[in-house]
Ligand binder design. Sequence first.
Ligand code: DAH
Length: 347
Amino acid sequence: MIDTSKLKSELLLEISSTDAPRTVLRSDKLKDLYSQIPTLPPEQRGDFGRLVNQLKNELEQAVVEREAELSKVELEPIDVTAPMDVNSNRPEMIAATDGSQHPLSQEITKIADIFNRMGYLVEESREVDDQFHMFESLNFPKGHPARDDYDTFMTEEVDENGDRLIAPAHTSTMQNRILKKYRSNLDKGEAIAAIVPDRVFRNEDLDSRHEHTFYQIEGVYVAKNVTVGNLIATLKEFLQEYYQQDLDVRVNPFYFPFTEPSFEFALSCPFCKGQDDSCKVCSGEGWVELLGCGLIHLNVLKMADIDPSEYTGFAFGCGIDRLIMMKHQIEDIRHLESAKLDFLKQF
Ligand code: DAH
């Protein structure tokens, strides 16, 4: 009797390695087996016919399994819009990047963890928003000159008021939503405490310190009797935990429409501590301007139905890329969005 086992393993191997497994069922080698049946002595034809049919069934089963396997691969395309850490779970990306997470993802996780431990919830922002959240809810009425400071990208689509939708130019767009969402905490005697680490967009001239797409962390805290002292203590605590060292902070008066008083917040340079005139991080000044902050303006609280005579709060907004650049001494902000493997492999 003809031995079909060698042919069987050959065809199974073909099925498991081709993207068109069904073509193997039409292989000439299989057809040859069928054409041999009539050439055999009559008493052998039945057994051989059964053997060939059995082989065909096994091959068909293998084809079905292979097809299922192939369709599964098709159902999982690489999402090119996903952040690097999602794709890096795929074996081919692990090979390409040694499986490291993008530095922005790593640092945002650390930042969120520090604020979580201080009792803050984490919220996400949006990539398209409206002008009410970008401006009006933050006490920039229509025509307010400070609107121009934000170099906001506008879309051609408009909202129900006929105002163009925008790519948010700061994470402060989430303040009104956070205040409304957690408004009921105040009635229960609890604080509103949330951060928003997310992406923002500005129509900037690009250079080593300016990028059109970058990250900010917004912080909002509201309770009874909140003071500037609470604000400074919170930010100092966060920065010392983030940089793992004692730091001095400097607070200068500034102007934002949504805080009153408003401040610019600088910290003593974590690298040279003001001891190196040629320090690239602080340009030898010993201080690095890091973020804007202040006590939440009465109008911003009122717009979220919070009575400013009963509750006060602080808010802050800090560039995450700047924090990371200082931590890792990255000289050009554009590396962070560049997807350059040589850069990413260092993390
Ligand atoms: N949104 C401001 C900006 O991007 C930063 C900022 C300043 C946020 C003061 C705040 C704040 O919450 O209180 O320029």
